[in-house]
Design a protein around this ligand. Structure first.
Ligand code: MG
Length: 308
């Protein structure tokens, strides 16, 4: 009986998408360290603080939000049943969006089926969320602006490890219905600039809300069927007097991002790199085996029909 129970426990453990990274080749120790959480500046619009999903609604505006808030206060996609969620507020001005996320470890999945979600500006322009750890990133990989631009470099941490996007977005400008300037986006992933004043050359990326690009839109978080988790989501709008956002979308003042400070004043990336799980226990990292990162033919075939 005991061995049966143990077997069940082991089975359950092996299915935990936020469990040990068994079989994954870790490129450098920092990749397994959570990126430090950045508190919202005073006056920011709080979209998710670990407690309430009140800032969001279902994409269709009617169905209740199917995403769950975990015991740890994380907002988790519920495997295709929850649907995309959008903020109730629509945004039409330059802004700084801060989003913390982590992707599940899905070694048996591949390509676009591995930890897929996404953050859409104005519901139209997707900054991809995906497990693209260790890959030569394309525009549909994590950090890519889907269908527009690949990230300048792959700044991804390993799956299950907390990451952050700081997205500085200036919407396209229109006059008399004619576009006068493209939208512009700068993105930092874990403090690394992965897009630098990138022009958005499309009016809607795959699976976005579409609509009139001259009008504002919500922040959309994508349900792509994988249990991606989010925490600590906030926005500073240009009109917010307490935190300045320049016309180019780069804050002139505000919290530091490049070198997050810890309690002892050291750069967190120079510390002894011990990753902790949600309970504060050291995360088990196995480095002996290398997980194949090539996409199997079947996976590529399947992904062709679920690209987004
Ligand atoms: Mg996506």
């Amino acid at each position: 009986m005991f061995s049966f129970a143990l077997g069940l426990a082991l089975l359950a453990g092996s299915q935990n998408p936020y469990g040990p990274l068994e079989g994954l080749r870790i490129l450098k120790p920092a990749d397994t360290q959570n990126y430090p959480s950045t508190p919202a500046p005073t006056g920011a619009t709080i979209l998710f603080d670990g407690k309430s999903t009140d800032a969001f609604k279902h994409r269709d505006g009617k169905t209740p939000i199917g995403w769950k808030v975990t015991e740890d206060g994380f907002l988790e996609v519920t495997g295709g049943k929850g649907g995309d969620i959008v903020t109730k507020e629509k945004f039409s001005e330059p802004l700084h969006l801060h989003v913390e996320f982590r992707v599940p470890y899905m070694p048996k999945a591949s390509g676009q089926g591995r930890g897929n979600s996404g953050v859409y500006l104005q519901g139209r322009y997707e900054v991809q969320v995906l497990d693209s750890y260790g890959l030569d990133s394309k525009d549909n990989d994590c950090g890519g602006i889907y269908g527009v631009a690949k990230p300048l470099e792959n700044a991804c941490k390993a799956p299950t490890v907390w990451q952050a996007y700081d997205i500085f977005f200036t919407p396209p400008a229109f006059k008399d219905g004619k576009k006068e300037s493209e939208g512009v986006i700068t993105v930092k992933q874990n403090g690394v600039v992965i897009h630098d004043k990138q022009k958005i050359t499309k009016d809607n990326t795959t699976s976005g809300l579409g609509g009139n690009p001259a009008e504002g839109g919500p922040i959309l978080l994508q349900d792509h069927g994988n249990p991606v988790q989010y925490r600590n989501i906030w926005i500073v709008k240009k009109s917010n007097a307490s935190a300045k956002v320049s016309d180019a979308g780069i804050p002139k003042e505000g919290p530091r991002y490049d070198a997050p400070q810890t309690g002892n004043g050291q750069n967190a990336f120079n510390l002894d790199l011990t990753d902790l799980d949600a309970d504060g226990n050291p995360r088990k990292i196995l480095r002996e085996r290398v997980m194949p990162r090539e996409e199997p033919l079947l996976g590529r075939f399947r992904d062709r029909f679920r690209r987004r």
